[in-house]
Design a binder for this molecule. Sequence first.
Ligand SMILES: [Zn+2]
Length: 343
Amino acid sequence: MKAIRYHKHGTSDVLRYEEVETPQIGPNDVLVKVKTCGVNYVDILARDGKLPVKIALPRIPGVEITGEVVERGDMVDSIDVGQAVVALSRVGCGRCEYCLTAEENICINNQSLGLNLDGGYAEYTCIPVKNIVPLPNGVSFLDAAGAPLSGLTAWHMLVTRAQVKAGEDVLILAAGSGIGSIAVQIAKFSGARVIATAGSDVKLTKAKTLGADVVINHREQDIYEEVRRITNKRGVDVVFEHVGTATWEKSIASLARNGRLVTCGAHTGHMGTIDIWRLFSKQVSLLGSYYGTKRELVEVLKLISQGKLRTIIHQVFPLDGAHEAQRAMETRSAFGKLVLEMN
Ligand SMILES: [Zn+2]
């Protein structure tokens, strides 16, 4: 089969489009013919060698996979050949206390498709059947392309971790990103007032069409000062943080009393400082959030099938266009998802 692999860490130049062995599946696996694979910032961090995760090389990247089951292992009877599916990217051990309580996203032994297991920048991929979720009828592969990572992660952050409530003010950073474009929608239909940031007026206009009530151009305006102005100095109830060092201090400063900061990423750096006085005196909560669970993925797919959530796609690339897709992500010019689509 054809696949994109990297044999060493580095810039997008290390991605190679090459012929590789089609994966052999085990008794509890399915072979999936990949239809779409979302391009995500974690792909770039892994390729660069900047994740705190050991990655054996060569590696096929790609954590956000939809496709069709074309073969199933001897022990698999829960899914049929021909079924359209999405894949949960975190592969839990099934034995630790977190897996046993359906929190496989924080498994202590976990592995991930596209990071320490081969992923979806390929024509076929091998996936444990426990990670497979059927696509609801009427949902296309492109409709679901952003569900298994961006949609799932945003849902876990806002609904499960931060528990956004109707009437709250929610600040969504980088609303033009794949995850930000879904987070705006989730916060909106949760009943929040959505304050969204982006780096261009074109992106801000698009964020408004997704449901943002107020927008901040973070290249021209100070996020903290704007939040104070918009909320009459009160601050926001929830900050949706996925940027890291570059925005950390302003994100915390933007919180109201009893505010919650929820974060799933830090591509601008892992280190941030915090004023402990402000933390306790304002009763602020800092919430880490990591991927999401299978149950949450089912919920996200149901909302997509009902038309309540959409994968916002900026551009679709062929498999051999993965290099261009990652370059496009690095220039931050996109609004919404960059997706590889295979025939
Ligand atoms: Zn586990």
